[in-house]
Write a protein that binds this ligand. Structure first.
Ligand SMILES: [Zn+2]
Length: 284
């Protein structure tokens, strides 16, 4: 597990303190270099699969989650608990990464997507500043789903890994604001994710891709076009998407809130789909 985390996040941040698991009467907690453990030596979360896919029973939730905090939470800490997603969002994502290392990459997405059923979208992830008020519990699964979305847009796992390692190196043993983390990810990715962070961290709305299909008479035969635009999103929301405009073939589109169209070879809208790694909804 630590080898997997060192691969993705960089060196364990507390070698001089060691790494210990301390059996506790409560479920568990991320204490720096001494993880409290009380999951009863069973896989899952008290034997339960949080993703409801079977994948969450392949490993011990408390071991993986609380150890992931050594990087996000203990190495990089938020200055204000309002930004606690920096701890819980990335640590939730450490579960997806660990699934990829241990069970297989295809199961990482199964786990990540399965956990979306636990997202409430009732309150924003970022809480209120300067009054000791953390945000919604969505900081876990929605935070992890947002990071899986961002990784999928970057479409370069080596670059994504260097961003995670770079965060831990740049902010080594420091307290940070969400802004520092957001800016670092955008800068290193070379992609402006500011609106993506705004959408998922500061609102409770999940962007809808509104799609419809129109047929146009071309010179010889009829050409089908998919029309699409973002709705239910922040102003200027910008998230490229992998979609099927042709059965079995994935291609990138870059929707905005203005309607756009692309040639498609689908027999009906039923065949249209968005890559499930992206946490968005489709309105047909
Ligand atoms: Zn946690």
């Amino acid at each position: 597990m630590l080898r997997c985390f060192e691969h993705w996040f960089g060196p364990y941040p507390f070698y001089e303190d060691g790494y210990k698991l301390v059996e506790s009467p409560h479920l568990g907690m991320e204490h720096q270099s001494a993880v409290a453990y009380g999951n009863g030596y069973q896989n899952g979360y008290r034997g339960r699969d949080l993703s409801d896919t079977g994948v969450g029973l392949k490993w011990d939730f408390i071991l993986v989650h609380e150890s992931g905090h050594e990087w996000f939470g203990n190495n990089i800490s938020s200055k204000d608990v309002a930004d606690m997603w920096v701890h819980e969002g990335f640590t939730n994502y450490s579960e997806t990464l660990y699934t990829g290392c241990e069970v297989g990459e295809e199961f990482a997405t199964t786990y990540n997507v399965g956990c979306r059923a636990l997202i409430g979208n009732r309150e924003p992830i970022i809480g209120h500043y300067s009054v000791n008020k953390e945000g919604s519990g969505d900081m876990y699964y929605k935070g992890g789903s947002m990071l899986h979305t961002i990784r999928s847009v970057i479409e370069d796992d080596e670059k994504f890994r260097q961003i995670l390692r770079g965060l831990n190196k740049t902010f080594w043993h420091q307290t940070v604001t969400t802004k520092q983390v957001e800016d670092y990810v955008s800068k290193e990715a070379g992609i402006d994710f500011s609106k993506v962070f705004d959408q998922y961290l500061r609102t409770t709305d999940i962007p809808f891709l509104e799609v419809s299909m129109v047929e146009k008479k071309a010179k010889k035969d009829r050409e089908k076009q998919l029309q699409y635009r973002w709705i239910n999103c922040v102003k200027g929301f910008d998230l490229p998407l992998l979609v099927q405009l042709e059965p079995g073939k994935w291609s990138w589109i870059r929707p905005t809130t203005e309607r756009q169209s692309a040639a498609c070879k689908l027999s009906s809208l039923d065949e249209f789909s968005v890559d499930k790694r992206f946490y968005v909804k489709v309105k047909k």
